[in-house]
Write a protein that binds this ligand. Structure first.
Ligand code: NOJ
Length: 953
């Protein structure tokens, strides 16, 4: 069922409902991208004579005070001698180099606030840098081992980061740096012809060798039926960034492409266009394309067997990135952005883990999510009434499918006025929500950023009164565009006056007589969709670039940050509903660097095809590289009616994603898992139960990423940075540091898969316990529809909770099983992290964080196997500084009854003689024909230290 309003929109707006390449620009349709690529082409035509016109004034004071973090100096451009630029080169803590360049005393100001929104704070300066001036270069030596060196060449300007004397990152090495200065139309008249003594004389433009001879799309630009007026004229920014000695680059999400990014230029180019970062609502996007999608994180890792480095190019405007893997090794990239200052961070590595820490140091990590939000989410556009929600919940319970969250899409809202319930279909929203919450479940409700322009809509009315709506190009009044409610306006979240207003809306009690969402509960999660922003009748289905935001900035300057601000404020609003605050859940479609701090993302409107299922995994991996680990794709595909086989496989993809939600378009058939025929229904039930049994693994992985920034889904290059054969692999991944390795099947009719193993180690089949040793670095596993290629790496201990429950909060007191997968030396380690899953009590030490270990001693005599294994549990929180930590803290006490009910030891080799609790009882155990030792109910508590000793001889 769909509402009449939606039906009307569907009829009126076919362009918004199917991918049409003509809806989105290619580089050749974007003036500044054309100019940037043409610059690169000119450089390539005359490589020997090409040189950058930019040079800097020697920063002389460094010679006087060499112990400085950096310097500021003037930049000159030989093609525009009268234009002034300024350059900052600073070395921060963690060895992060920041390079900033701006126009000085220009006609206008370039947008310089992108980093401010992305960063968690102003990074601290390094206190350990020694500069020297050496002829035409400034050199900084730094780092704990003094192995890092930054060299700034004065003329032409070039910046090179070295480690151990080897080039890691080079800025402007190819001479493509170009900051188009602000000018008047008058000043920029073409110079080609001057009239003299009755004849026209060709005057050579002295900048033409560099800038080209045409003023391509300087002052306006038309795309389809839209004209961008570009009142500020050309202001684009081009920068080449080269990674010599690094053969792979990763990151710059979001694109539907391989994790190891392919070339977009040069002889081996896979795509003809550069990768584009320009948040866009792309329905039915292609499954292999460099076109931009909903989010943009301008962070790129470069990797080789002995080095990882990264660049974070803090720009918020439309950006195109050409990539070329070059023959001599290394990757050349070229970044072309429409506006903004140059503000590049070089992250020195040297390992992927270091780069993640360095990026987290700048932009923060994903906070620990509410525990329920890592359970299974059931969504569809739309559950049409309160009774529909209740009915779906009943069916889940009747059929014994675990689920934590039910979602409401836009049709709950009368006339798509978010917060306002359609009382015909949802007469009792609070009761409905409480019915869901009664069994520990939660609801997530959508709140989009477009506001219906109706004076009886209190949210719009108040925003309008406050003057916090985005303005049209005139800078006056309210921008009006078209979205789900019809005629709409958008809150300008850059406007500080919008912040308290937005936060006040989510209060579930009326405060100071202001309208707020009293028909909601404090537990409801919020779904922020369409925040690119999506504007159905706008250029490229978004806002005109000449719209005006707070501070007079044009939309073009801030476009890629816009969606992050919406999620940021929604996160704050949801958090502020209670005092003390509780962990909110916000899902966002648009994102930028730093968005990890405000919740989860999903990969938007994918199709129910095998290709989309496969690329969804790569996209989630890429988001992890971009610092945003809480990610997933619509299970089942948003569009289409997946056949049961595909749906089952897709549930596996979801169950092994950090964010696990099934969702479907309004035109699709209902596909809640209980509607499946057998055997598919039972298969999906088993997959859901598997996810729930593994929630301890996921939550523990979330804890780790919230501290380290290392992603939850770890591709081969992150796990085995020195193993070149793994650098291109993006269809299998490890989960946190648990030791679980999974390769979801994403093709039809598959019966077997081969998993790549980078090490000579034993890996155990999760389900059969079979011990595999890799043959030619591969392990082949059966992968029929009822089988999941899931391995435990030898050396790991996996904590699970295996009682089937209806929702995750019901598992709070369930006992644990530990799978102890011994490595080839008979050892293993693992951990489990628990807290109340809702509050910020963990910051005050209200946690249980246990480390598990298994240590073997050899048997006596030559060639003997394991003689004794000691399996133990220790307190990990005690060794870290989690507030004033007390092992018997309030949370620990609340789970004091939780037992470890089973230990499964893999890889023991032979039947033990005895199994005893250290210093005490004999335990009951069984040694199976597959060589697995199952220790039954050792009757130990998860909060306690304990040890079990397995004696084999
Ligand atoms: C677009 C979103 O991507 C999709 O998930 C949602 O169902 C529709 N908007 C309707 O809200």
């Amino acid at each position: 069922m769909r509402s009449p309003g939606t039906l009307l929109l569907l009829l009126l707006l076919p362009t918004a409902l199917a991918f049409k390449p003509s809806d989105f620009k290619t580089c050749s349709q974007s003036g500044f991208c054309r100019r940037g690529r043409a610059l690169a082409a000119r450089a390539q035509e005359s490589p020997s004579s090409w040189h950058s016109p930019y040079s800097i004034e020697p920063p002389e004071f460094l010679a006087l005070a060499p112990r400085q973090q950096g310097f500021t100096t003037s930049v000159y451009s030989s093609i525009h001698p009268n234009v002034k630029f300024v350059l900052d080169v600073i070395i921060h803590e963690e060895g992060i180099v920041r390079v900033r360049m701006d126009e000085e005393d220009g006609l206008r100001k370039r947008y310089n606030e992108a980093a401010q929104w992305a960063l968690i704070g102003e990074p601290k300066l390094s206190d350990d840098v020694l500069w020297t001036i050496d002829g035409e270069k400034a050199k900084a030596v730094y780092g704990p081992k003094k192995d890092m060196k930054l060299v700034v060449d004065f003329n032409p300007l070039k910046i090179t980061l070295f480690r151990h004397g080897k080039e890691q990152v080079v800025l402007n090495g190819r001479g493509l740096l170009h900051m188009e200065h602000f000018r008047t139309k008058e000043d920029s008249k073409p110079l080609e012809h001057i009239e003299g003594e009755g004849q026209s004389v060709l005057q050579v433009n002295p900048a033409a060798w560099f800038e080209g001879d045409t003023q391509d799309a300087f002052w306006d630009e038309t795309f389809s039926t839209w004209t961008d007026t570009k009142p500020k004229g050309p202001e684009s920014l081009s920068l080449d960034i080269t990674f010599p000695n690094h053969a792979h680059v990763y990151g710059i999400p979001q694109h539907a492409t391989n994790l190891s990014l392919p070339s977009t230029t040069g002889p081996i180019a896979r795509h003809t266009d550069p990768f584009r970062l320009y948040n866009a609502d792309v329905f039915e996007y292609l499954s292999d394309s460099p076109t931009s999608l909903y989010g943009s994180i301008p962070l790129m890792h470069a990797h080789s067997a002995n080095s990882t480095v990264a660049v974070f190019n803090a720009l918020a405007s439309e950006t195109w990135i050409d990539i070329a893997h070059v023959e001599k090794g290394g990757v050349e990239t070229h970044w072309i952005s429409e506006s903004g200052i140059l503000d590049v961070f070089l992250l020195p590595g040297p390992t992927p883990t270091d780069v993640f820490a360095q990026y987290a140091h700048l932009t923060g990590t994903a906070p620990l999510p509410a525990h329920w939000s890592i359970g299974y989410h059931q969504c569809r556009w739309n559950y049409v009434s309160s009774d529909d929600i209740r009915g779906v919940q009943n069916r889940f319970d009747e059929e014994d499918f675990p689920v934590d969250v039910f979602w409401l899409d836009i049709e709950y809202a009368e006339d798509h006025r978010y917060f306002m319930w359609n009382k015909k279909t949802f007469p009792d929203p609070v009761e409905m929500t409480r019915d869901v919450e009664a069994v520990g479940r939660k609801m997530v409700v959508i709140v989009d950023p477009h506001l219906k322009r109706a004076n009886d809509y209190p949210v719009y009315k108040r925003a309008s009164e406050l003057g916090v709506l985005v303005k049209p190009k005139s800078g006056e009044g309210e921008y009006e565009g078209w979205c789900w409610p019809g005629s709409s306006s958008w809150i300008d979240f850059f406007h500080p006056a919008s912040w308290d207003f937005w936060i006040s809306l989510f209060k579930t009690k009326t405060i100071d007589g202001q309208w707020s969402w009293t028909e909601s509960t404090d537990n409801v999660g919020i779904w922020n969709d369409m925040n690119e922003p999506s504007v159905f009748n706008g250029p490229e289905i978004t806002m005109p670039k000449d719209n005006v935001h707070y501070g007079g900035w044009e939309h073009r300057d801030v476009h890629n940050i816009n969606g992050m601000l919406f999620a940021n404020l929604t996160f704050q609003a949801a958090e502020a509903r209670t005092d003390p605050p509780r962990r909110p859940f916000v899902l966002t479609r648009a994102f930028y660097a730093g968005s990890q701090r405000f919740g989860a993302m999903w990969t938007g409107d994918n199709l129910g095809t095998w290709e989309h299922m496969a690329v969804g995994i790569k996209m989630v991996l890429a988001n992890g590289v971009g610092g945003m680990p809480f990610a997933g794709s619509d299970v089942g595909g948003f569009f289409g009616n997946p056949e049961p086989e595909m749906l089952v496989r897709w549930y596996v993809v979801g169950a092994f994603s950090p964010f696990f939600r099934a969702h479907a378009h309004i035109d699709t058939k209902r596909r809640e898992p209980y509607l499946l025929e057998e055997p598919y229904k039972s298969l999906v039930r088993d997959i859901l139960r598997l996810r729930y049994s593994m929630l301890p693994v996921w939550y523990t992985a979330f804890r780790e990423t919230s501290e380290s920034g290392v992603p939850i889904l770890r591709p081969q290059y992150v796990m085995f940075p020195e193993d070149e054969a793994g650098f291109g692999i993006d269809d299998q991944y490890y989960i946190g540091s648990s030791g679980l390795l999974v390769k979801p099947v994403t093709q039809k009719g598959v019966m077997e898969v081969s998993m790549y193993i980078a090490e000579d180690q034993v890996y155990y089949d999760y389900f059969t316990n079979h011990a595999h040793r890799p043959q030619n670095r591969h392990i082949t596993l059966p992968a029929n529809l009822d089988q999941i290629p899931l391995l435990i790496r030898g050396g790991s201990i996996i904590p699970t909770r295996e009682r089937p429950r209806r929702s995750s909060p019901l598992m709070k007191h369930d006992p644990f099983t530990l799978r102890i997968a011994l490595d080839t030396s008979g050892n293993a380690r693992g951990e489990v992290y628990l807290d109340d899953g809702e509050t910020y009590g963990y910051g005050r030490g209200h946690v249980v964080w246990r480390g598990f270990g298994a240590e073997s001693t050899k048997g006596k005599g030559k060639g003997q196997g394991i003689g004794m294994v000691r399996i133990s549990s220790v307190d990990l929180a005690a060794s870290t500084e989690v507030g004033a930590y007390d092992p018997m803290n309030e949370f620990a006490r609340s789970v004091g009854d939780v037992r470890v009910e089973k230990l499964v030891v893999l890889g023991l080799g032979k039947k033990p003689l005895s199994v005893v609790l250290d210093g005490g009882r004999e335990l009951e155990w069984e040694f199976t024909s597959e060589g697995v030792l199952v220790i039954k109910d050792p009757a130990v508590r998860v909060v306690d230290d304990w040890a079990v000793v397995v004696q084999s001889e």
